[in-house]
Design a protein around this ligand. Structure first.
Ligand code: TA6
Length: 301
């Protein structure tokens, strides 16, 4: 079964010398991309970007060295798609945190090589109403993977009632040492501090990370920049149709307790900056309506 599926994927969507599919073990299918601008990998499960490394750059997207790639299991790292809710389910603690999109099997709907040398890939998840999510919904993920990484998460309300969507591109970024970065762009924003009982605070100055950080910033949709002093680079995060940004680093104790960061100090090499519609910024989608959450990641020295 698997070989036939892989063969069909490579025949239908492979791009000679640029894009191919492989079995990463136990039928977990991964798309590998290498063009003259970058190398990258995307799991079909969850339409989950796992790695992205532009040419002549250190990796930008972080993956745990011990990340497990298994059916219906969330992946530690990359760009998990949190959808159709962010964080714990509002009423049913038996439902998975961050929704079910990231552990669902998505379909590839198109691949192509763009004029600018990047690869364009589209995925979709067609959801039929069930107890987790009682609405007919189509979700698409459109990616442009090259010297920059662009992702657009598009939700269509195909049901006969309005729906409230919480979502996030829960991106794990590589940093050389999280103690030696500054995150710009959220100065003066209010945030919900989940480390101190979800009290509401206001950001004073740029963000530095010197302890566990788990904050939902309520922002104006402005760009965010991760300044990495050791790597002497800036990761620019541009977003559309999102007014919530989550900044997360588990720090030592939570990193140890989660146990899948590869080492007790695995937290030092990553920071999550997540472009979201969460908390006050969830999206109400009318019948027949659609919403697009987009991000674009780029680098400057
Ligand atoms: O986005 C931050 C957060 O909600 C943290 O509270 C932490 O739970 C993190 O996501 C990881 O969640 P996960 O379900 O991927 O282990």
């Amino acid at each position: 079964m698997l070989n036939a599926q892989l063969l069909k994927l490579n025949q239908s969507f492979g791009i000679q010398g640029q894009l191919s599919f492989r079995d990463a073990g136990d039928g977990f299918i991964v798309m590998d991309i290498q063009n003259d601008q970058c190398v990258a990998s995307v799991a079909l499960q969850g339409a989950h970007v796992m790695t992205w490394q532009p040419k002549d750059e250190a990796p930008v997207i972080w993956m745990s060295p011990v990340a497990k790639l298994a059916a219906a299991k969330s992946i530690r790292g990359g760009v998990p798609i949190c959808w159709p809710w962010f964080g714990p389910h509002v009423s049913d603690s038996n439902l998975p945190a961050h929704g079910f999109a990231r552990t669902s099997a998505w379909d590839v709907i198109s691949t192509s090589k763009l004029e600018n040398g990047a690869c364009q890939i589209s995925f979709c998840l067609q959801h039929q109403p069930n107890t987790s999510w009682p609405y007919a919904t189509r979700v698409e993920m459109h990616m442009m993977i090259g010297a920059e990484l662009e992702m657009t998460l598009q939700t269509y309300n195909l049901s006969d009632s309005p729906m409230v969507i919480g979502q996030a591109l829960h991106t794990y970024f590589c940093v050389d040492d999280v103690r030696n970065i500054v995150i710009h762009g959220l100065e003066d924003c209010d945030y919900i501090d989940k480390v101190s009982g979800s009290v509401r605070k206001q950001q004073q100055g740029s963000i530095v990370v010197a302890e566990e950080v788990d904050r939902i910033y309520l922002d104006q949709g402005q760009d965010v920049v991760i300044e990495d002093f050791n790597l002497q680079r800036r990761i620019h995060i541009h977003k559309e149709n999102s007014h919530a940004t989550i900044v997360w680093n588990p720090w030592l104790e939570k990193c140890k307790s989660m146990g899948d960061f590869g080492a007790d100090d695995g937290y030092l090499g990553m920071v999550c900056v997540e472009s979201a519609n969460a908390d006050e910024d969830v999206v109400t989608l009318a019948v027949g309506d659609t919403h697009r959450l987009s991000v674009r990641y780029s680098l400057t020295a």
